[in-house]
Design a protein. Structure first.
Length: 239
């Protein structure tokens, strides 16, 4: 879902909440938001945008009531971080929808305005990067720290993780999918999560579905697995 160990204070976060979520899913979304905020504090990330998505599914009158409630709820939760140097902004423009693209431009305009106001910093040269320890590898979720002489770029680290997963993957696709459907996978870590997501996306595209339909399909699978308590002992990044 996220390459959290590669974040820097210059990173930004988009947190997308679907307005069609029922109360249970809204509570889960709020918990995820708190998880993101704690991670931002740890990493020194300064900016988060909260987007209220899927507003196109409601009439104008009903949409107003839903957005008013969500704005109140998320503002209340975010206010608990007032002592931290984090700027949060709620994007509740009328009709905001990733599917239709309505008001996405205004969100991006706001991001540009905030980033333009940041103090400008010179990017380090490749030579400077190589001479410095790779801070991202200090995160326990990342690979073991490397010396400056063994510096690996984030892309190289990601490729190494993918290759390690492929080397240690000892079942055929049919068996993996069968165990995923039954909720019998031995582990649920980030590579397994991506494996399942890729399988669902590939199958959806073969059927002629779009990426949004694939995402809905994936969320239904995750909800089913939650009901089986599959995530009880899993890596929290992939719940």
């Amino acid at each position: 879902m996220r390459a959290l160990c590669y974040a820097t204070p210059e990173s930004i976060v988009f947190f997308v909440h679907d307005c069609d979520a029922d109360e249970e899913r809204t509570e889960e979304s709020v918990r995820f938001m708190h998880y993101h905020m704690e991670w931002m504090i740890e990493k020194g990330v300064k900016n988060i945008w909260i987007l209220f998505n899927k507003q196109d599914q409601f009439s104008a009158e009903k949409r107003i009531d839903i957005i008013d409630h969500l704005r109140w709820r998320f503002t209340k939760e975010l206010s608990s971080y007032s002592e931290h140097d984090i700027e949060w902004r709620i994007m509740d423009q009328p009709g905001l929808s990733a599917k239709t693209g309505e008001n996405i431009g205004s969100v991006l305009d706001d991001v540009v305005k905030v980033l333009d106001a940041r103090p400008k910093r010179r990017s380090p040269s490749p030579k400077e990067l190589k001479s410095q320890p790779n801070e991202s590898t200090t995160d326990p979720s990342c690979s073991e720290a490397t010396s400056a002489g063994d510096y690996m770029s984030p892309n190289s680290q990601l490729q190494e993780k993918v290759e390690n997963y492929a080397r240690n993957f000892h079942m055929n696709e049919d068996s993996f999918w069968d165990m995923f459907l039954k909720g019998d996978l031995e582990r649920w870590d980030h590579p397994t999560y991506l494996h399942a997501a890729y399988k669902i996306l590939a199958d959806a595209l073969k059927r002629g579905d779009d990426i949004w339909e694939a995402a809905e399909d994936f969320m239904e699978h995750l909800q089913r697995l939650r009901q089986k308590d599959m995530f009880k002992e899993c890596n929290t990044d992939n719940r």
